[in-house]
Design a protein around this ligand. Structure first.
Ligand SMILES: NC(=O)c1ccc[n+]([C@@H]2O[C@H](COP(=O)([O-])OP(=O)(O)OC[C@H]3O[C@@H](n4cnc5c(N)ncnc54)[C@H](O)[C@@H]3O)[C@@H](O)[C@H]2O)c1
Length: 262
């Protein structure tokens, strides 16, 4: 599927890997001048060089580095607020350090990125922002208390920003991915027995690929979504729609990481 981003400048936070990298590739394929923001250890310039994107070292938990990166790119037409981190720990075992870092990156990082970029975008009276939230914005998956709190909080940022930026012609939407194959979820995908059970609850019978989230985000950022703002688009193979699992061993088999009817 192709989208037209010719003549547009796009910024993707956390763009050196996984879903962000797929977003950056989709925007570049549509003709955008793409800026990838990521941590130094992820070598954003090298990640982007393969497809003509520029990379900048940014820690979204540091407002000064956000401001410096925006000074280099100028006002973005498209902003993908995607950088995220996760720590697995129960409510009892989550340390203050884990809690603070997760909030600093996923929630405060999104706030500062959007606030700083919106200040530059408003005078242009146009633009699109897409936030990477999660199905965990809606549920309470165990051992992810800090992550879940940030992803739920992003929906508050989404709606408030959509409300306040709409008059300036800036649309703000979110994608809410389910389980997507990236390094964040490598441990899940490495255990066939775990994903076999997990995917019983997904009507499409499988996990998602980064490009499938990037396509949804590119649509929301494109002019094809010109009357959509404040929306949270679930990209989860139907997982949130299904209260109980649909795949069982009588009628289906699990082959090559996906369920299919016998
Ligand atoms: N993979 C999934 O199943 C899944 C599901 C729902 C939501 N998400 C969300 O998608 C987004 C992308 O995750 P992914 O799965 O592609 O993981 P990933 O680890 O491959 O990518 C995340 C990127 O964010 C970057 N990042 C982390 N902290 C940063 C910081 N302080 N400043 C700048 N960049 C930073 C990382 O370096 C990395 O490149 C995250 O917000 C994640 O919460 C992922």
């Amino acid at each position: 599927m192709g989208f037209d981003f010719r003549g547009k400048t796009a910024v993707v936070t956390g763009g050196a890997n996984g879903i962000g990298l797929a977003m950056a590739r989709a925007l570049a394929a549509g003709g955008a001048a793409v800026w990838i923001w990521d941590l130094a250890r992820e070598r954003p310039a090298e990640a982007g060089a393969a497809f003509g994107a520029r990379g900048v070292v940014v820690d979204v938990a540091e407002r000064a580095s956000i401001d410096a990166a925006l000074a280099a790119s100028g006002a973005p037409d498209v902003l993908m607020v995607n950088a995220g981190t996760v720590t697995f720990a129960s409510l009892s075992e989550t340390t203050a350090e884990d809690w603070n870092r997760t909030l600093a990156v996923n929630l405060s990082g999104a706030f500062h990125t959007i606030q700083a970029a919106a200040g530059l975008m408003k005078p242009r009276r146009a633009g699109a922002i897409v936030i990477t939230a999660s199905t965990n914005s809606f549920d309470g998956e165990s051992d992810l208390i800090a992550y879940n709190a940030t992803k739920a909080g992003l929906l508050g940022i989404l709606r408030t920003a959509a409300n306040e930026l709409g008059p300036y012609g800036i649309r703000v939407n979110a994608v809410c991915p389910g389980l997507i194959r990236t390094r964040l979820t490598r441990a899940h995908f490495a255990q066939s027995a775990v994903i076999k059970d997990y995917f019983r609850h997904i009507p499409l019978g499988r996990g998602g690929e980064p490009e499938e989230v990037a396509n949804a985000a590119a649509f929301l950022a494109s002019d094809l979504a010109s009357f959509i703002t404040g929306a949270a688009l679930v990209v989860d193979g139907g997982q949130l729609a299904a209260k109980f699992g649909v795949w069982n061993d009588e009628r289906a088999e699990f082959v090559a990481d996906r369920w299919r009817l016998k």
